[in-house]
Design a protein around this ligand. Structure first.
Ligand SMILES: [Zn+2]
Length: 473
């Protein structure tokens, strides 16, 4: 059996029939029923090649007439125009039209086609390149695109286009502000009943750094978060610490999308580090900020482990059991929100441990010694609780009421947002800038906001119902 695929093009004044491709089929087998991927590629690129030739010639001939007097403008010449699409690279001839002399013009000629195709990449290709490369490596994105579409793609163009999309997303975001709360109590009281309370968990993750040629640059921190609302899909959020200039704006826009209003309860759970402590402030008048319970217990557990691995000289009046019990007591106080008591307990523990870090002749032990490290850890815990005491609630009570006490849900976001793409994948190292750019697109993809963004940039990208398209005679 021979199957010829033809295309019929109806222009204003004629009907043109074009051969696209020809298929041969012998005996039916599992792999010959219907189209193969390679055939589909040949057919779609053939259809596109043919249709674009007519589209371009029709468009340019429509552009010929002078907008003022209607006389056809002269063609000064043609410039080659390369346009990348999902169905192949188009090599177009872009005419330069001489401006009509019935009016004065700034320039003597212009290229109508270049005006509309100035991006040189079709929006749908741009969309898939940026979306897929936010989910997998640039190299895998190229392989996948080339496997399913009739295209040849240079890996650097995937990267360039991802950057382009990321930059556009960032530019469209408003400026950073110190304060996002507007209005006054009276106005907030008059607002309609708010939606269910929001819970936002913020946590940090680390990405392998690359600074120019310095391959030993270490790590840098990325803060990610997730905003949860009952009966609603959760949204992710993220920024590169000490690189991103609009972290608060990002969080604010995300909360606004979830319908946050000024009379709505919102709880932020963080690990209490400097980079995030400021973030929840000035976002909403009814916001409450809580330190993640597990970050506190983790710190205490680490200290307990240190104690376990030590042996105390019987000459000293320090018993391991006393220290362990003291730490347990600190934990108990914090669980009940009694930071004051916890700090008192830690202070006295600190005094006890001071005896440990001095040798008999009152020379301080080295900073590498177990004793010094233990004393230091207790001191740091004390400082941590002090700084964060306004954000330490009665966890026990919250727990009994079924309220969030941990950012466990945000920790899985760290994995989802950064680890899967930036840490586990290969031994990749990142610049802050590169991580920042990818993060913008990745978060939009995970939040299912990338396609809507493209549809506002390119309204004709909106999906149509093709099942009911009428067949022309
Ligand atoms: Zn004219």
């Amino acid at each position: 059996m021979r199957i010829t695929i033809q295309m019929i093009i109806h222009t204003d004044d004629q009907k043109i029939v074009k051969d696209i491709s020809c298929l041969e089929r012998q005996e039916l087998s599992a792999e010959t029923l219907g189209l193969t991927l390679e055939e589909a590629k040949v057919i779609t690129s053939g259809i596109q090649e043919t249709m674009t030739a007519y589209q371009v010639s029709q468009y340019t001939s429509n552009q010929r007439a002078c907008r003022c007097c209607g006389k056809p403008r002269l063609i000064k010449g043609y410039n080659p125009l390369i346009y990348r699409t999902l169905f192949g690279i188009l090599h177009l001839k872009s005419p330069r039209l001489l401006e009509c002399d019935c009016q004065k013009h700034e320039k003597s000629s212009f290229s109508p086609l270049t005006k509309i195709l100035h991006e040189h990449t079709a929006p749908e290709l741009l969309y898939l390149e940026s979306k897929w490369s936010s989910l997998m490596s640039y190299g895998t994105t190229v392989k996948l695109l080339e496997e399913v579409f009739p295209v040849h793609i240079h890996p650097s163009s995937v990267f360039d286009n991802m950057v382009k999309v990321s930059t556009r997303l960032e530019e469209e975001l408003g400026k950073e502000q110190i304060m996002y709360i507007e209005g006054c109590q009276q106005e907030w009281d008059a607002l309609p009943r708010p939606g269910a309370p929001l819970t936002v968990g913020l946590d940090g993750g680390y990405v392998h750094a690359r600074e120019d040629n310095n391959r030993k640059a270490g790590w840098f921190e990325v803060i990610v978060g997730k905003s949860l609302q009952e009966d609603c899909s959760s949204k992710r959020f993220g920024f590169v610490v000490s690189y991103d200039t609009k972290p608060k704006r990002k969080l604010y826009e995300l909360l606004k999308k979830q319908g946050l209003q000024n009379n709505q309860d919102i709880t932020f759970l963080t690990d209490g580090c400097d980079d995030v402590r400021e973030l929840p402030l000035y976002l909403s008048p009814k916001s409450e900020h809580i330190i993640d319970w597990f970050h506190i217990t983790m710190k205490i557990t680490v200290i307990k482990q240190m104690v376990k691995g030590m042996s105390f000289s019987p000459k000293l009046n320090i018993k391991k059991l006393d220290i362990e019990e003291g730490l347990e007591r600190v934990k108990w106080c914090v669980w009940h929100g009694n930071v004051f008591k916890a700090l008192k307990k830690l202070e006295s523990l600190g005094f006890t441990l001071e005896d440990l870090i001095y040798e008999e002749d009152l020379v301080q032990k080295s900073e590498d010694s177990k004793e010094y490290k233990l004393w230091k850890a207790v001191d740091e815990l004390q400082e941590y609780l002090k700084v964060n005491s306004p954000f330490i609630p009665n966890y026990g009570e919250r727990y009994r009421y079924g309220e969030h006490i941990s950012t466990a849900f945000a920790e899985s976001t760290v994995n989802e947002v950064i680890s899967k793409r930036m840490v586990k994948q290969q031994q990749m190292r990142w610049t802050k800038k590169g991580a920042h750019q990818l993060l913008q697109v990745r978060i939009k993809t995970l939040n299912e906001e990338l396609r809507p963004a493209f549809e506002t940039w390119y309204p004709n990208m909106k999906k149509k119902d093709y099942s009911s398209l009428p067949l022309a005679a």
